[in-house]
Design a protein around this ligand. Structure first.
Ligand SMILES: Nc1ncnc2c1ncn2[C@@H]1O[C@H](COP(=O)(O)OP(=O)(O)OP(=O)(O)O)[C@@H](O)[C@H]1O
Length: 717
């Protein structure tokens, strides 16, 4: 390694993420600038740097200094100070003011700025107000520089300094020195791994209790991301020990302390101690308590009138409800909480319309909701009355991903006597908690959904657990009302749900194309979407959805998206790119996190209708949303998506690979969920063996949760 000291002359390139830069530097005691590349944020023009690295020969750009570390020095020469101040880094100072300042204070200019800012008014053109602006900006800049310097001298890239400073301001250094693990919990974009890297680099001990605590909390968080609400103690200890490279005994001791101090919660069930993070414990206990209360306290309804009301409604609609459907309507009148479940075409929506008619007749005020915008829209169209997403019902506002803010809660509950929620299988334990918190006392609560669909992406298997508890009235609809000829998809969905091979012969609307090789499957999918389906009158972007069981491999979501983008929306000069070239004008994209500020949510699909200077305009069904450069990473391509992400949506045509490489995800409920997303046609491509594996595999991994036990009022200790 060699060292190189000099002054930054100009910035040639800075990456979007601010973690790669190329600049020209004039070495000390020389006049000829050299090129420097480095994996750190771009420095400021005029800054003096002390670099460590190697000289390399680049095939296109020639000789350059590849810097491994960068230490910023305060400029010392008059020329350096002037260049630094003139760079625009400090608000209120431009080149002319910079020249006047160094002319007045010489090499003591920075000292004046730091310690005697009132003397700035001695300079022509600087009044008291401007002096205050300059002083504040300089202070901010020097704080930030200090954090960068602190991180870089400890071998950590200064790229995180901006985020850390934004969150803690002047207190940042103190936090870094005292407990860098706080960053993981408090700073957006910094997780446990980065915080741990910083802490270890700063010399914190591997067995530091703050490290063990943060590691245990991180391991629990990871657990929630795989669908569990809690974890057996031994499993958590093992996972944490592996993650931290620490002794299991130390972890167990730390864990006991966290439980003692109520930072984590425990529950003993059937001889196993389960550990909960605070929010999930609260959510689960509250969901159970609130469901029980709603069951007990529903406003009474007049059931005598109800029979007449159902009869009158049937006559008006020209329909005769089946016995199970009538039972559901009656149960909605009798009970405070009701679950209505059934597969596709079993008449759930018709039953909901019956429930609506009867309850509205009794003067109840009814709210309809669903977890996704598309499901809410469908419900609204089917029922002929307004339906909203749960987030909209709860009036979601800004807030961090983990703790959204809802204006509707127990203090300002929903204005309703009945709340009916469709696609309830998609609701995780935290959303159910926020929803129930806002359902007023005495209100009826009806959950409608297909319990055989995949469970929610988030923690818990709420609908399944409520049904499993046996404490809430459940009406199961099993008769399929749609005619077989009318929908081979519905017939096959029910066959798949029973583990039977789908009928792929009698109609072109449900095809299985045998293709042996995985690369050939991917190519066939591209041909299908690019040529065959458009020739059959389908719009490959709006009407066709490719679904895949996994993200990786040739037939995974990522590769299919790359291939489909190249085929359906190829790169041309007329289609500017955004997001570092990953996305371009015309692309079909998906929002990947809940952004309450923008009103777009995880799973929302749109199209890029504008792209300019790194900024994108995305058209969603509810309107256009602008993404600044730094926000583009919330978007991914959506020509193909995972089956999990497709929950709650429907598409005219679904195309899906079924290949051996996706072995671990070949499950019956995944195939069932994918197939039931299609309205007109399904095309599966792959091997019979993979299809059979999916049909045979009905073992769904049990999610750790005690909601059913709590509803049953079981003593958990
Ligand atoms: N009692 C009934 N008699 C005759 N037809 C019915 C009856 N109930 C429902 N149907 C018809 O069956 C079809 C499916 O009903 P519905 O849409 O209510 O089912 P669903 O369970 O909501 O289906 P999906 O989950 O696929 O939306 C509709 O065409 C509906 O009109």
């Amino acid at each position: 390694m060699q060292s190189l000291t000099g002054t930054v002359e100009s910035i040639v390139y800075r990456s979007d993420g601010d973690d790669f830069t190329v600049f020209r530097l004039v070495p000390a005691r020389e006049n000829v600038p050299v090129s420097v590349v480095g994996n750190f944020p771009a420095p400021l023009v005029g800054e003096e740097l002390d670099l460590t690295g190697d000289w390399v020969e680049h095939s296109r750009f020639g000789r350059q200094f590849k810097a491994a570390s960068c230490r910023r020095l305060a400029p010392t020469t008059v020329k350096g100070i002037e260049r630094f101040l003139a760079s625009g880094a400090i608000k209120g100072i431009g080149p002319a003011t910079a020249a006047r300042m160094v002319a007045r204070f010489g090499d003591r200019t920075l000292e004046m700025l730091e310690n005697y800012p009132h003397r700035l008014t001695e300079i022509e053109g600087i009044g008291a107000k401007k002096a205050a602006v300059i002083r504040a900006s300089f202070a901010e800049h020097s704080d930030l520089r200090e954090i960068m310097l602190f991180l870089e001298t400890h071998g950590v890239t200064g790229a995180y300094a901006g985020r850390i400073y934004k969150h803690y301001g002047a207190a940042a250094l103190a936090v870094l020195k005292e407990n860098p693990y706080r960053l993981a919990a408090e700073v957006d974009g910094i997780g446990f791994r980065i915080a741990d890297h910083i802490a270890l680099a700063l010399g914190h001990d591997k067995s530091d209790p703050a490290r063990l605590t943060a590691g245990i909390e991180y391991a629990l968080l990871q657990t929630a991301q795989t669908g569990h609400c809690c974890l057996p103690e031994e499993v958590l200890v093992q996972e944490s020990a592996k993650l931290l490279g620490a002794d299991a005994i130390d972890i167990a001791v730390c864990l006991a302390g966290l439980v003692r101090d109520n930072n984590l919660h425990t529950e003993d069930s059937q001889g196993t101690t389960l550990i909960y993070p605070g929010l999930l414990y609260h959510a689960e206990t509250q969901v159970a308590a609130r469901l029980k209360r709603l069951q007990e306290r529903a406003f009474p309804a007049e059931s005598g009138d109800a029979v007449r009301a159902v009869d009158a409604w049937e006559e008006r609609e020209g329909i005769t409800l089946a016995a199970a459907q009538r039972e559901a309507v009656a149960a909605a009148l009798r009970h405070g909480v009701l679950v209505l479940t059934g597969g596709p075409g079993t008449g759930k929506t018709v039953t909901v319309k019956g429930i609506l008619a009867v309850l509205a007749e009794q003067g109840f005020k009814i709210l309809l909701g669903a977890p996704t915008g598309r499901a809410a829209k469908r419900l609204s169209e089917a029922c002929g009355r307004e339906a909203a997403t749960i987030h909209r019902l709860l009036e979601a506002t800004g807030g961090r991903e983990g703790a959204p803010q809802f204006l509707r809660d127990e203090r300002t509950p929903l204005d309703a006597d009945v709340v009916i929620i469709d696609e309830a299988s998609m609701i995780d334990i935290t959303l159910m908690y926020y929803l129930l918190r806002a359902v007023p006392e005495g209100c009826r609560f009806v959950l409608v959904g297909d319990v055989d669909q995949l469970p929610a992406v988030g923690p818990g298997s709420v609908l399944k657990d409520i049904i499993r508890s046996g404490t809430v009235p459940v009406v199961r609809l099993s008769e399929v009302f749609r005619q077989a000829g009318e929908s081979v998809i519905v017939v096959n969905a029910h066959r798949i749900n029973r583990g039977l091979f789908p009928d792929t012969r009698s109609s072109a609307d449900f095809q299985f194309r045998e293709v042996a090789d995985e690369a050939a499957v991917a190519a066939a999918i591209v041909r299908l979407c690019g040529e065959e389906l458009p020739a059959a009158g389908l719009d490959p972007l709006a009407d066709v959805q490719v679904l895949s069981p996994m993200h990786r491999q040739q037939c995974g979501v990522e590769n299919l998206n790359r291939l489909l983008q190249a085929a359906l929306n190829p790169s041309t000069p007329a289609r500017p790119s955004v997001g570092g070239g990953a996305l371009r004008l015309g692309d079909k994209v998906m929002q990947t996190r809940n952004n309450y500020g923008k009103g777009v949510f995880n799973g929302d699909i749109g199209y890029i209708v504008g792209a300019d200077s790194g900024i994108a305009l995305v058209r969603y069904p509810d309107g256009d949303v602008l993404y600044e450069k730094a926000e583009i990473d919330e978007l991914i391509l959506a020509y193909a998506m995972s089956v999990h992400k497709s929950q709650g949506s429907e598409y005219p045509a679904v195309v899906m690979p079924l290949v051996a490489g996706h072995y671990i995800m070949l499950q019956r409920n995944l195939l069932y969920t994918a197939v039931t997303r299609a309205k007109q046609s399904v095309i599966l491509l792959g091997t019979k063996a993979a299809l059979n594996t999916a049909l045979a595999n009905d073992r769904t991994r049990r999610r750790y949760s005690l909601l059913a036990e709590r509803l049953r009022g079981e003593s958990l200790c």
